[in-house]
Design a protein around this ligand. Sequence first.
Ligand code: PGA
Length: 256
Amino acid sequence: MRRYLVAGNWKLNKGPAAGAELAQAVSNLLQGRELKGDVLVCPPYVSIPAVSAVAAGNPVMTGAQNCADQNEGAYTGEVSPSMLKEAGARYVIVAHSERREYQRETDDSFVAKINLIHQAGLKAIFCYGEKLEERKAGQAQAVVKAQLEGVLPRLESADAYNTVLAYEPVWAIGTGETATPEQAQEIHAYSRQVVGDLLGATVAEHMRILYGGSCKPGNARELIGLPDVDGGLIGGATLKAEDFVGIIDGAEAANG
Ligand code: PGA
């Protein structure tokens, strides 16, 4: 049985004060509840300490949205995984489609980042997913396979404990358009098969694969209830405590 993970990607929203307030509101709504899965929020770097302070002792963990591909040195503006760990992060998102597109990040840097994340004792959430034109051209599986093959076999110590995958079809991110349950299950099952080929059947069976792209309280239960979907990586809907907890409720119901 894979434990679900519901992760909020706050993107460029919520500075330290607003972030702590949102984390507190989520904590309050979850007060006294025993969850069957894991809950994570990923604020901007500068908000990680404040959010982690609120989250200490409750079921909400803190993560980062990115990290450097170096651990220290003359890399102006960068933040390393070990620093993120010291600030309170437990997970780091890598290879989000917005970073692939706006920062032109490539497989080499994803590999370097994830290896450092693992060396720091943190868990990586590796994002991948096809664009609309690629899906329309019938290339969704081929793109997903290439993205997984470009990174997973090159990781030094990836396992189902320290690595989480997040399938995020680019056409569904922030658009209000969600993958249908059939589309999501198809790619998730296919991804698990590819992971099996690359890292072995046991890792594939235990590795969590999250769905991301316009996930909200109204569709969370159905999506997270799919056989190969083990949670969600959610942007917009996690900026309101009630909606985020609504998605957690969906994950709880799906795992009931
Ligand atoms: P969205 O973003 O939930 O706002 O579509 C998902 C993501 O980018 O991780």
